[in-house]
Structures are given as C-alpha cells and as structure tokens.
Design a protein around this ligand. Structure first.
Ligand code: ATP
Ligand code: MG
Length: 570
C-alpha cells in the first residue's frame, strides 16, 4: 500500500515540469515572505546598439518570471555612458521588446533619472568616510590595485580629510576639472582578493552631452555604482544578470549596505548568457559588421539582432519558444543555432500558406495540351490547417519547373524528370518528358512533355508515379526578387581563426546571400498580407519591406531541412 502511494507521488512529480534554478529561488523567497512576497524584475539594456537574440533570452526570462509569479517587470535604460549612447537605439529597443510580446506598462525608466539621487548618496558615502576623491592617473590607480594574489597599495588620497573630498567632489560636479583628472572612489579594501573591492571608481569626469540630461552633468556614475542603487530605487526584488557579473556581486551588496535602512533589498542572481553557434553576439562586433558594410544595417536578415530576425521572417512565438526550450543554465555553454531554426520551422509549418515558386526556372511545354486552354486547379492552402481553405492555381501549356528537377542522364533513384521519365505535377497531371532542347553551351533550355489527361489530381485516377514536382504557369507567373539568405559565418565558432592577423570577419560566409529572380504562382499576390509563406519543397519565405506593388521581394527565412547538419556529417 505504502509502496504504491510512493510510486504515484513520483509519477506526479515527473509530470510537472521541474523548476529552473531562478524559479526555485523566487519560490523560496515568496515562501519566506521576502520583500513582502513581491516579484519585481527589470530588463536593463544599455542603449548602445540594437538588441540581439541573447537579449531576447534575458527579456523572456525577466518578463516570463514576473508573469509566472504575479509580478512586474521594468524596462530601464542603463544610460550612464553618454559617449556611446543614442536615441535611435532607445527607440529600436522599445520596438523590439514590444514586438517580442512583452509590456512594461508605465514602468519605463532611465538610470539617468536617478543621477540626482545617486549624487546625494555619493555625498553621504563621503561624509560617512566610505568614499574619497582620487587625483592620481588611471594608470597609477590600476598599478596600485595590483594583482589578486597580493594586496594592493593604498592611494595617498585614501585618508584625506572628508571635508576635502566633499569640496573636490562638488567642484568636479560644477565642471572645474578636466576629463580624467579626478575620480570618486569607494573606500573598501585594497587587500581584498576580489579586485572589484579594491576601492572601485564610482564617478568619473566626462564633459559630454547626455542624450537625456544634456549638459547638466559632467560627472557620470560607473555601472557598478548605478546599477544596484537603481534596482533599489525601483523596488526590484530579483536583479537577474549574466555570469560575468557574479564577481561584482559583493560590490553590488556593499553599495546597498551603505544606503539601505529598510527590510526591502534587491538581490542579484546570475545566469549563463546565451551563446549560439555560427553567430557573433557581442555588440562591438555587430557594430563593426554594420559600420564596415559587411551587412546592410542592423536589421539585415543575416544579423542575430531582433530586428534582423524579424526581417528574416522569424515570429515572436518562435523566439519565445526557443528561449523556453534552451532554459537557463549556471554554466556557460553554446547552443546549436539549428535549434533556433527548428523553432521557426515548427511555427511557420503551422501558420504559413503553401505556394509554388520556381527559383531556377526551366520551361516545360506540354505538347498535347491545347494552346489557349487554362485550367484553374484548386489546391489546399495548408495541410496543417484546413481552415485556410483552398487557392486557385492556373495550369496551362507552358510551365516552369525547377532546373534541378531535370537531368539528362539521371541515376536510377532520381525520382524527378529525365528523358522518357514521368512525374506528377502537384495538384495537376502526370507528365512524361519526350524531348528537350539545349543551347550552344550545352545548357538545357526547354523540355517537351506530354500529359496524361486521365490523371488529373482529385479525379480518382489511380495511376501512380514516384516523383511529384512543384511548377508555375509561365503566363501567370509573378516575377519576384528572392533573397536566399544563409548563415552569416561558415565556422561554428566565428572567433576561431588560424592565424593572428585575422579576426572573426575572416569566417564570414561568402554565400550568405544569393539573389535570384523567382517565378511565383499568382495566388501569392492575393495572400500578400499574410507575409509569410512556404514555397513548397524549398523553404519558408517572407515578404520584405523593399517590395513594390509590381515586384515583390522575398527573404528566405529558412530551408525546409537543416542542410548544415548534413554538411557537418560528411
Ligand atoms: P554586449 O556584451 O554584447 O555589449 P551587454 O551585456 O553589454 O551586451 P546590455 O545592453 O548591457 O548588453 O544587456 C542588457 C541585458 O541583457 C543585461 O541584463 C545582460 O545581462 C543581458 N544580455 C546581454 N547579452 C546576453 C546574452 N548573450 N544572453 C543573455 N542575456 C544577455
Ligand atoms: Mg552591459
């Protein structure tokens, strides 16, 4: 009896998805009534570039966690560095977060909103003997900071009178000193094995115009000083960041210790950042690709930016599913980009209408089909979703098929067209290749086929052939520019180079974009507003913003199967 009960208990446990370590921490905090049981997270981008798929993971995590536990999430621009930040980035970041399906409601903040309060707290730290104005050069500071294994050397300004530091800090603020001449340092521990605790810099002088505060300030707080205090001001409970900040955590806590006199306290928790194979994710490198024209802007469909993925044809659902699938880890790892591609295939398979498109056309003339006859064949829009209904596909004497679907001398197992061979034209008839024409260079230019009128699809004909091809009627085809995108890098790890004079850019894939003129079935123009399509047998494609009324432009989102997995096995 007892034995049986145990078994049922175990089964139930297996059925509920186990908590990830962040959820476990949050549940424990709620159970203990920490911070009144509240869950409040934030997403804190620095507006110095466009968001990428790594940020998407952080967004899903922060907003997702709050959603699951009845909490809230703030969007906070971490704009403490006026020299690299731009309004364009602020706008793009907001657009991307919204597009991913998340809502910060009225909680849009900027670290720069807190400059006054941060200044007041800095003055308090000086008064408490916990901070001092340093006048040595940055070289001298880092020299004295030393190495983790030996204690550093205390600055000669470390024990200067409080009044002196207060006076100098005030004058730093009022613009009396040039950039780099002085900094405010926290007075912590010059012998700490953690280098971040060896009197870190809190403020530096920067005579730069800030995108929001203009010229009000010429001293700016450092990330470590601004971040935790901003969390505190906003009532954040769980401050989730990537692993490289683990070593900053004692400093995060130290700054909070200096100002907190309440029970409430934010907690920093680290997780492993997302790394993807065949992808670079650092903003510096992405900026380089944009600035040096290796790609066509931040939203180039080959970029791992959210705007690039959007233009490539990714859906918010597919990115959220991907983020969910990869979960959260405490150790750094590399995720196969194939998993991201799988997520978009999976979603597009469910939602896209199917159409015929021929990207490398070869003309087929059906010699026994009447010259002026046109048949409107009725084909299903999607085998995955009957509610999408049917579409009309015109069939006529002259058609295009894919050039690769014909071989002059095909091997036995080539179930497509060759001299004397038969195939079914999907939704139409069985045709037989009787003859073909070549140009001077030996390239096949036309096929002459006959059709069997008894084999019309849906007519109850029982005759079967092995191969089925897609096709488009010559007369009815719509010309489209089709941009065949592929992975931007040829190397799994783009940073791996064989000699030191090279960098990640030497691993760019020369074939990451091929442009062809495709022949598309006319129904696509009527379904245009659906934007995303499956070109049957070829892949998923979406309409690009460069389209005009006369000439649609399509981007290939992804092929139907992962061709890279095959390549790697060879
Ligand atoms: P980069 O190092 O590429 O410049 P960053 O971390 O400086 O990126 P931020 O704008 O500061 O960029 O990042 C905002 C948030 O997104 C941070 O909380 C950061 O931890 C998170 N984030 C950035 N990159 C990744 C990633 N690859 N995976 C998961 N989270 C990330
Ligand atoms: Mg950062």
């Amino acid at each position: 009896m007892e034995h049986n009960e145990k078994k049922i208990g175990d089964l139930n446990k297996e059925e509920t998805k186990s908590l990830n370590f962040l959820e476990a921490i949050v549940e424990e905090d709620i159970k203990n009534g920490k911070n009144g049981g509240r869950v409040h997270t934030r997403f804190p981008p620095e507006p110095n570039g466009y968001l990428h798929i790594g940020h998407a993971k952080s967004i899903c995590l922060n907003f997702g966690l709050a959603d699951n536990y009845n909490g809230m999430t703030n969007l906070r621009f971490d704009d403490t560095n006026p020299t690299k930040e731009e309004e364009e980035y602020v706008q793009s970041i907001m657009e991307d977060v919204r597009w991913l399906g998340f809502d910060w409601e009225d909680r849009l903040y900027y670290a720069s909103d807190y400059f006054d309060q941060l200044y007041v707290w800095a003055v308090k730290l000086i008064k408490d003997g916990k901070a001092y104005v340093e006048e040595q050069s940055s070289e001298a500071i880092s020299e004295q900071r030393g190495v983790p294994t030996r204690p550093g050397i205390e600055s000669m300004f470390r024990n200067r009178p409080i009044e002196e530091s207060l006076d100098l800090f005030e004058r730093m603020r009022s613009g009396e000193f040039p950039d780099g001449s002085k900094v405010l340092r926290a007075k912590i521990d010059m012998s700490s094995p953690n280098m971040h605790m060896r009197d870190p810099v809190m403020y530096r002088i920067l005579h730069a115009t800030h995108h929001r505060t203009g010229d009000k300030w010429c001293i700016y707080p450092m990330y470590d000083y601004a971040h935790g205090q901003s969390d505190y001001i906003e009532g954040i409970t769980h401050s989730i960041c990537t692993l490289e900040f683990e070593i900053h955590r004692p400093l995060y806590d130290w700054f909070l210790d200096q100002i907190i006199d309440t029970d409430y306290r934010p907690r920093q928790i680290e997780f492993a950042r997302l790394n993807l194979s065949y992808t670079v994710m650092s903003k510096r490198k992405l900026l380089e690709l944009v600035k040096e024209d290796y790609v066509n802007g931040w939203d180039d469909p080959r970029m791992p930016t959210i705007s690039g993925l959007r233009r490539r044809g990714y859906t918010p659902e597919s990115i959220r599913n991907f983020a969910d699938r990869i979960g959260v880890a405490k150790r750094d790892n590399i995720i196969d980009v194939g998993l991201l591609e799988f997520s978009i295939r999976e979603h597009l398979n469910k939602i896209t209408p199917r159409v015929f498109a021929v990207l490398n056309p070869l003309k087929v003339i059906i010699t026994n089909y009447p010259e002026d006859k046109i048949e409107e064949l009725e084909l299903e829009v999607s085998p995955e979703d009957e509610s999408m209904g049917t579409r009309k596909v015109p069939f006529s004497r002259e058609l295009y098929i894919e050039h690769d679907d014909f071989m002059e001398d095909p091997p036995r197992k080539f179930f497509r067209l060759g001299p004397g061979r038969e195939v079914r034209l999907k939704g139409g008839y069985i045709i037989k290749c009787e003859d073909y024409k070549k140009d001077e260079s030996g390239k096949v230019t036309e096929l002459y086929c006959t059709y069997d009128p008894e084999t019309k699809s849906g007519s109850g004909s029982t005759r079967k052939v092995k191969g089925t091809l897609h096709w488009v009627s010559v007369k009815h085809a719509v010309d489209a520019e089709v941009r065949l995108y592929d992975r931007l890098f040829i190397n799994e790890n783009p940073d791996e180079v064989d000699d030191e004079s090279k960098d990640f850019k030497s691993n760019l894939n020369p074939d990451s974009l091929k442009i062809v003129t495709g022949k598309i079935e006319p129904a696509v123009m009527e379904m245009r507003e659906l934007e995303k399509f499956q070109f049957q047998r070829l892949g998923y494609f979406c309409i690009d913003k460069d389209s005009t009324d006369e000439r649609p432009v399509f981007n290939r989102t992804v092929t139907l199967r992962d061709s890279w997995a095959k390549k790697n096995k060879r």
